[in-house]
Design a protein around this ligand. Structure first.
Ligand SMILES: Cc1ncc(COP(=O)(O)O)c(C=O)c1O
Length: 369
């Protein structure tokens, strides 16, 4: 654009790493989905983002409704929340940092370790934000694909570490989108490598297994968690992570002071006080997931994968997955569709309430698909 004597082209000033990037496609909110299918928002069954169908705990909802001082900045050290997380995780509070969702901690970790050209290892198919953050930092992202059953190819990761000398390796446990989790022995082998290892445990509560207490033993291990899934606070953006002391000291410098807003800290704190209630919801979701897995086993054109999370990945065998997704969407049921080369013709279905899952099953059994 030309204004007077000044000619300014934003693209020639913006970092090429960004102009080269593909834009990330975020999922649509209720009102947009509602417009898409012509049904009111309350009739939408939103199973495309692994959200919690039961919502927050009543105590968290009350903490939000009654939050007394939005005019005061939040505690930049989130002291009360980190103390409560220390009790919840069994780790000293000094090891724990909070973030604006686990997403922000992923971003901060990549900023902490990666300069342009540094190597970062990723094991796709997996959560997309690791690659996005790597691209933003102009990292040299090396992919070590998972095996056909989505398990980690540990030998290939070890070979890639020797060959490429990466600084950072992301492992999701359990993995999104398939729901499998690595065996402790596999992780031990990875932790013996000269690389900083991030284990993303966004779905830990559904899996019932965690590596978070290993952080005190391994100086190269970081573990991420979130309140988005088990605690039903996805909209508030509260995540946390466990970091070894040497990493933590540097992370404090990078963390924006007020990254987790005050009502979100209060709601997360209330969720931890009401953890028993929330874990009962987790148990209900796990039961609905196992029921759904048994039910979809009777649909001959769907191959489901065992899951330790609140979602189920299905390969659509003899018809376009997109058609199945569209058929469900027309009835107000939204699921995630994948078409990438390493996930061709797959659907990922988050687990809702039992009545919602009944509707999903009826939708899948329809002769119109
Ligand atoms: C593996 C994984 N990590 C992190 C996140 C993001 O969590 P948050 O909502 O805390 O940013 C997700 C969200 O779907 C996820 O699947």
């Amino acid at each position: 654009m030309t204004t007077g004597a000044t000619t300014f082209s934003a693209e020639s000033f913006i970092r090429p790493a960004i102009t080269r990037m593909q834009a990330y496609t975020p999922i649509a909110p209720f009102n947009v989905l509602s417009e898409q299918c012509g049904l009111p928002p309350e009739q939408i069954i939103k199973l495309d983002a692994n959200e919690n169908p039961y919502g927050p705990s009543p105590q968290a909802a009350m903490a939000l409704a009654q939050y007394p001082c939005p005019h005061i900045y939040p505690d930049p050290e989130a002291r009360d929340l980190r103390r409560a997380l220390s009790q919840y995780t069994g780790l000293p509070a000094d090891y724990l940092q909070v973030g604006n969702g686990a997403d922000e901690l992923i971003s901060l970790i990549v900023s902490l370790f990666i300069e342009p050209g540094d190597v970062m290892l990723n094991c796709p198919p997996t959560f997309g934000m690791y690659a996005v953050e790597a691209d933003i930092r102009a990292a040299n992202l090396v992919n070590v694909p998972r095996r056909p059953d989505f398990s980690l190819d540990v030998a290939a990761i070890i070979a890639a570490v020797k060959r490429h000398r990466p600084k950072l390796l992301f492992i999701t446990a359990p993995n999104n989108p398939d729901g499998s989790t690595p065996a402790p022995a596999a992780l031990e082998r990875l932790l013996a490598l000269p690389v900083a290892l991030v284990v993303d445990e966004a779905y830990a509560e559904f899996c019932g297994h965690s590596f978070i207490d290993w952080v005190v033993r391994y100086p190269n291990l970081m573990v991420l968690r979130t309140f988005s899934k088990w605690a039903g606070l996805a909209g508030l953006r509260v995540g946390y992570g466990a970091f070894p002391p040497d990493v933590m000291a540097q992370l404090w410098k990078l963390k924006p002071p007020y990254n987790v807003n005050a009502p979100a800290q209060a709601a997360a704190l209330a969720s931890l006080r009401d953890a028993d209630y929330l874990l009962q919801n987790v148990a209900k979701i796990r039961a609905a997931r196992d029921r759904f897995l048994r039910d979809v086993a009777h649909i001959p054109w769907l191959k489901s994968f065992p899951s330790q999370t609140n979602f189920v990945l299905c390969r659509v065998l003899d018809r376009p997955a997109r058609r199945v997704k569209d058929h469900l969407a027309a009835q107000g049921i939204f699921v995630r569709h994948y078409a990438a080369a390493n996930l061709h013709n797959y659907l990922r279905i988050s687990i809702g309430t039992p009545p919602q899952m009944k509707q999903v099953l009826q939708g899948l059994q329809s002769h119109e698909i």
